[in-house]
Design a protein around this ligand. Sequence first.
Ligand code: NDP
Length: 327
Amino acid sequence: MAFKAFVIEKGEGGTVAALKDFDEADLIDGDVTVRVEYSTVNYKDGLAVTGKAPVVRRFPMIAGIDFAGTVENSTHPDWKAGDKVVLNGWGTGETHLGAYAQKSRVKGDWLVRLPGAMTARDAMAIGTAGYTAMLAVMALERHGLTPQSGPIAVTGAAGGVGSVAIAILAKLGFTVHAVTGRSQEADYLKGLGAAEIVKREELAGTPKPLAKERWAGAIDSVGSATLANLLSMTRYGGAVAACGLAGGMDLPGSVAPFILRGVCLYGIDSVMAPLARRREAWKRLEKDLDRQKLAAMTTEITLEQVPEAAKRIISGQVRGRIVVKIG
Ligand code: NDP
């Protein structure tokens, strides 16, 4: 049986992405088949669909790194038809056929049960960006940061990871400083819970080994000079959770913040994160993310609109989160 899927193929001089009919018999083996209801456009999806970075490592590939939906059939002991599930990463949309399709066949070990108070649409409004923001908040908490520690900076603030991170931190009582290149989004960011707006340029110059101490902690989705500047501005004993590279993959800083201020840098990976941590993150998202704020940061598109959204996210023009209706 065929279904609609957004397929990336190798073309002359690059990759070609198009909506096609895909035969169920061509799905990769797995022990759970899911009827996909929603997916989303994350930064990595933007890279895959535009072909801007070699995210896709198998052709043809169905794009899309995450989905929420309902189990159609399963031979995995944990799952049965009708179960509501969410999947993030594990190579989906990179090495395993992905989420921009009406059906996906995956390993049951990759799935997390959709939290009871969440719809499939909520889960993908959160998406991998939001689940990664939660992993970053959890890393800062494990470090010992509390609202009393001092303000937390969030870079790439108006993007997906940034928007969800601000909403979660604000709900937990932290004072959040939103670092953005889009001053026109100040009201949006304050609506999510940011106490102050910081201009992106303040973190864009050549990083000093140590700068004036500003933040107890930070969540960074930008990388490069922004991350190096954040580290140099982190207060004694503070921590930065680094999860992204929207501004670049390099890290042009010094070890001074680590050895003179005891600052810690935590790496956040959502793709291969162990199941226990994923379950914890989704449980926390159910409780610690204000659903009205999630709605305020979310726009919905169809599969046909994915290519245009992919271009916009790569050029830093998407505000908040984009959910893709598949069903
Ligand atoms: P978005 O595009 O939604 O957000 C990125 C934001 O970064 C933009 O909105 C913009 O925010 C800022 N930005 C963009 N370009 C630049 C630039 N050149 N210099 C400085 N700031 C810039 O993407 P996502 O939130 O979905 O993802 C953010 C990052 O996190 C990506 O690099 C992504 O690959 C990574 N990521 C990593 C994961 C992991 O497992 N480690 C999982 C999910 C995402 P503003 O306009 O407010 O300045």
